[in-house]
Design a protein around this ligand. Structure first.
Ligand code: SAH
Ligand code: SF4
Length: 368
């Protein structure tokens, strides 16, 4: 526990050690963990989460190179700088050939996964997206993760048949009223249906949420954690809300990084072997806290490969473009940085245990 003056907190230690075994944390226990303020107790939570991480996914940190290929978005999420009503933003689309070239250069640098992310941009029709995915799968050996928002079942199926392996779609907030107030014209139920479709289609499925949304309580966050467990999410992205001046939430304070770290730790305890990134948003608020996330349960890092001329306009929240350029180190620099933390960079594709490569696509292992 790091601090010699810590007294034994038997109740907490007992709960944590049961949670490291087969005990599923109750909602009440999750609320109590998220509400911890005593630094010794918080440290005990991180240590427990770190142990669960080591036991279930090992020490490797996996790198997922991200290409933010379009900043156009038809949605109007109140928190996001890419919302359609923000007219003070240069919008871009990276030409298809350039996307494929970026994926190839990523592979040359030693990345094993490409994440293709965008606003919800109807310009990328089913056929257009399938062509991009097929080219990347044909010309590289990369795992392909998509993060394009809500699409039809048929779209998701076609992308999967074209070779997409994984899909990231955060549920954003498990509180129905909060979700409805933040995402005009959309519902949490639709979001959850999309996540169920993705699972059904055999994607490794990622969800996640923001911490520090206006009006969000610790109980709401406990519901986020429980929804993650119910969804059986294979990947979980958790980041602080960061206010963007050109959005209706511009005056709202940013999320608390310590609460984000506690949430990461609790999600590690609950999911055990999910892939959990130390998110870019955490690094924007405080570089150290992203490093701390790797000691609180995180095992994935997502370096940005979007060329700087575009990335500066992918302003989901302020500072994102800057981190992108800062993150544009060579992968060797990352290897060095992580190995100084005693954590090697993973060599394979780093899918969730239970998924395996079949041909060029990752699939869930069947039992028996
Ligand atoms: N359009 C896609 C993917 C891009 S947005 C989608 O919405 O799924 C990626 C993530 O950025 C969102 O899921 C959201 O959780 C996060 N995000 C948006 N605005 C943010 C803000 N102001 N602060 C922190 N994270 C934000
Ligand atoms: Fe669009 Fe995603 Fe931003 Fe919502 S969070 S406005 S869907 S880019």
């Amino acid at each position: 526990m790091g601090n010699g003056t810590c007294t034994s907190r038997q109740g907490l230690e007992n709960m944590l050690s049961r949670a490291q075994g087969s005990h599923d944390l109750t909602r009440g226990e999750i609320v109590n963990l998220l509400a911890l303020t005593d630094s010794c107790e918080v440290e005990a939570l991180y240590v427990a989460a770190d142990r669960v991480r080591r036991e279930h996914v090992g020490d490797d940190i996996f790198l997922r190179g991200i290409i933010e290929f379009s900043s156009h978005c038809r949605n109007n999420c109140l928190y996001c700088g890419l919302r359609r009503d923000n007219t003070g933003l240069e919008r871009y689309r990276i030409p298809d050939d350039e996307i494929v070239d970026l994926a190839r250069s990523m592979e040359r640098e030693g990345c094993t996964t490409v994440v293709l992310q965008s606003g919800e941009d109807p310009f990328y029709t089913r056929d257009r997206m399938c062509a991009i995915i097929s080219r990347i799968k044909g010309e590289t050996s990369l795992a392909v993760t998509l993060s394009l928002g809500e699409r039809t079942f048929e779209d998701y199926r076609a992308f999967r048949l074209s070779g997409a392996d994984r899909y990231l779609l955060r549920h954003e907030s498990a509180s129905r009223p909060l979700y409805a107030s933040l995402c005009p014209g959309r519902t949490l139920d639709d979001r959850i249906r999309c996540l169920e479709w993705l699972r059904e289609l055999g994607y490794e499925t990622g969800s996640g949420f923001m911490v520090g949304l206006p009006g969000q309580t610790v109980e709401d966050l406990a519901d986020d954690v429980i929804l993650i467990r119910e969804l059986g999410a294979d990947m979980v992205g958790i980041g602080p809300f960061i206010p963007h001046a050109q959005t209706p939430l511009g005056a709202h304070p940013a999320g608390d990084v310590n609460l984000v770290l506690k949430t990461v730790a609790v999600v590690r305890m609950v999911t055990r072997d999910a892939n959990i990134p130390a998110t870019t948003a955490l690094g924007v608020l405080d570089k150290q806290s992203r490093k701390r996330a790797f000691h609180a349960g995180a095992n994935v890092y997502m370096p940005v490969f979007t060329p700087q001329s575009y990335a500066k306009d992918y302003e989901i929240y302020p500072g994102k473009g800057l981190v992108s350029s800062d993150a544009r180190k060579s992968l060797d620099a990352y290897r060095e940085f992580f190995s100084s933390m005693g954590r090697p960079v993973g060599r394979g594709k780093g899918g969730r245990p239970g998924f395996q490569e079949k041909g060029t696509v990752c699939e869930k292992k069947t039992v028996g």
